[in-house]
Design a protein around this ligand. Sequence first.
Ligand SMILES: Cc1ncc(C[n+]2csc(CCOP(=O)(O)OP(=O)(O)O)c2C)c(N)n1
Length: 388
Amino acid sequence: MPAQTRTPRKASSRTTGTTKKAQASTDAAKSAKTTKSAASGVSSDQLLEFYRRMVLIRRFEERAARAYTQALIGGYCHLNLGEEAAVVGLTAAMRPTDYLFTNYREHGFALMRDISPERVMSELYGRVDGVSKGWGGSMHMFDITQRLLGGYGIVGGQIPLATGAGLAIDYRGGDDVVLCTMGDGTTNIGAFHESLNIAALWNLPVVYVVSNNRLGMGTTVEKSSAEPELYKRASTYRMASERVDGFDPEVVFEATQRAIASARSGKPFLLEVVTERLRGHSVVDPAKYRSPEEVAELKKYDPVHTYADRLKKQGLLDDEAIKKIDGEAMDAVGKAAAFAEASPFPDVDTLFDYTYATEVPNDSRRLPGEPLFPPLPRPSEAAKGARA
Ligand SMILES: Cc1ncc(C[n+]2csc(CCOP(=O)(O)OP(=O)(O)O)c2C)c(N)n1
């Protein structure tokens, strides 16, 4: 993919529009004011908890990046660095019984579904104590008890499944909702449009969330999307939508509450959360498409630091408390890494377990079918035979 230059993020671009405003006018997002924080009705304890959770995700992801370079983690590995406020705000608004589908950028989401750092880290390490027993890795975490239904590596793969889960809830008459996250690039996949269409037609209880970090790998939203204000795509399906500042956990939390309330009443919703990822697409991407100026600019918007500053100004945090919270996160992550390293790799006999949800037996076996030919003698054995 060719390298592309991007305009550094400006504070004024952090726009928020309400659904009606946004859809009434094509330039609503441009004219909308930057959302002020101060989530009404949220206690100081909850605001501090938002911060604690953001710091946990930050430290967890940094540790995952390090472990990857030490070859303790294999395969693909995509981080939520820069998206902490969005992940926390989105998940804090969910009930424990609501369902969550994500793409492959999911470590923070798994942590926020109260899956322990030990189990999340063990999954990254491919160990038996991992969320998916070590068979899923970074992109495929699944925990039915916490209603995290994946973790999908195929871009857009989660969207029809999430829509189906919404149909199942509706069919059974429950009042849970499904929250389905995806990246900005995913909104150009056919499954996105098919899913939104059917969800709107059938009034399914689904909140579709676009985590717009403004890049699909190295391609900007403006280069790939004819309508770069992605929340507007919902209007094609007469679906309510909103675009909010994803660097502010309180704004995201409140917007998600509104979106979930809509979905619970049978009106699906498209929520666009504008964020940035602070590093490359995955841990192996050096992100050369970013200029040094842009990288420097990004640091100014780092959500963990800006939120700490805000809570300090509000008198909810001081330097000592910040240090303590950071120390606790570092401890939790250190323990998780030690736990993961001590956990065994899964036995190859379990390779086909949990593959089918049907009556097809989930038996342990080494390989499907017998070998076509008897195995050839190994060179050393053949040499032994020759000598004899
Ligand atoms: C169907 C499909 N096509 C292409 C890919 C390769 N791919 C992996 S991630 C990605 C970019 C997706 O960008 P976006 O939806 O913005 O998500 P982000 O990584 O920014 O969170 C691509 C093209 C894939 N995994 N699946």
